[in-house]
Design a protein around this ligand. Structure first.
Ligand code: TK8
Length: 338
């Protein structure tokens, strides 16, 4: 009888092992993970947050539960970052641009026209350079898991069509809260005003600002077309989002729990990029149908904008460090077959 019981137990634990893969069920403690983000549930960010949540719950046998909270209900990016650092919130996804005050190396991603296309963006962000920048977060109390795509940014405003640089003169333009964005748009002649994303819609509605810049997906999902008439196709910078974990909380997880989050993060990244790109290909037509007037910049005007913006590169290089800047340029040259 005793022997029988022992072999039954052995068989049961073998079955448990088989059903959860390498990890054993008791490796997962019940955990509630507050995961904040800034856009609404119907956005690309919201859809990918859901995919992440489902992947985590499934891989942990329902033990690790993600409570995804969108629309900046837990506060704008900067506030959530502080909550993560202090351990009052477990996870978030947000713009790398709002992290520059914490980790200067993040300014690398704000370099105007750094990437020519998403192939270059994926290669650099997912490669050693992207990882190096993520690793810098650790000293500041944050763990960066993966980059999602926010996308190439385009300019909108409610004043006038912007088809050349001079049209930007005096336009009150909301920018993300960091010095690179502020410098970039001042250089272009706009009256740049830093504001958190969560305050942007009402600032445009009340004409506190005239315009803003974001990828097509966000202009669509945040209904900016309701308060912005003109869209200029500038593609002036590729913006990543970054999936962040509170280091304080992360350090209390065991290896199996960390692996669940890392694997789910990668799965959500692959889903998010595909989903975002699909939506972006349709979005311009959708925005036109919603009544926006689209202005394509002539190649000559694009080149003028690009030239002007290269003025900010020197200060970005100083901010992120010359080694990182040079490594990135070298990596891009390699990717471009130069
Ligand atoms: C959402 C923001 C947004 C960003 C911005 O929280 O602030 O304009 O592009 O995606 O992170």
């Amino acid at each position: 009888m005793k022997l029988f019981r022992r072999s039954l137990l052995a068989a049961l634990s073998l079955a448990a092992l088989a059903s959860t893969g390498a990890a054993i069920a008791q490796d997962f403690k019940p955990r509630l993970i507050r995961f904040g983000y800034g856009l609404n549930e119907q956005s690309n960010q919201g859809r990918a947050a859901k995919v992440f949540a489902e992947a985590v719950e499934k891989a942990s046998g329902g033990k690790m539960k993600i409570r995804a909270i969108g629309a900046a209900a837990l506060g704008p990016d900067t506030q959530m970052q502080q909550a993560l650092i202090g351990g009052a919130q477990e996870m978030m996804v947000g713009s790398t641009a709002t992290l520059v005050g914490i980790t200067a190396e993040m300014a690398l991603w704000d370099t105007p026209f750094l990437f020519n296309n998403t192939r270059e963006a994926d290669a650099v962000l997912d490669g050693p350079i992207g990882q190096k920048v993520l690793d810098k977060l650790q000293d500041k109390g944050l763990v960066g898991l993966v980059y999602w795509e926010n996308g190439f940014r385009n300019l909108t405003n409610s004043k006038r069509p912007v088809g050349k640089l001079e049209d930007l003169n005096g336009i009150k333009l909301r920018v993300m809260q960091n010095n690179v964005y502020l410098d970039s748009f001042k250089t272009l002649g706009a009256n740049a005003v830093p504001l958190p994303f969560s305050e942007l819609f009402s600032a445009m509605e009340t004409n506190t600002v005239d315009g803003q810049e974001n990828p097509y997906n966000t202009i669509l999902s945040s209904k900016f077309y309701e308060v912005q008439k003109f869209l200029s196709v500038t593609n002036h910078v590729y913006s990543p989002w970054v999936l962040l974990v509170s280091k304080k909380w992360w350090d209390g997880l065991n290896a199996a729990e960390k692996k669940v989050l890392q694997d789910a993060a990668r799965a959500s990244r692959d889903f998010e990029r595909k989903d975002t790109r699909e939506e972006a290909t349709r979005a311009l037509a959708d925005l036109k149908a919603k009544g926006m007037q689209i202005n394509e910049l002539s190649p000559a005007e694009s080149a003028r904008m690009r030239d002007k913006l290269t003025k900010v590169n020197a200060s970005i290089a100083t901010q992120v460090g010359m080694d990182l800047w040079r490594d990135t340029q070298a990596e891009l040259a390699k990717l471009r077959g130069q």
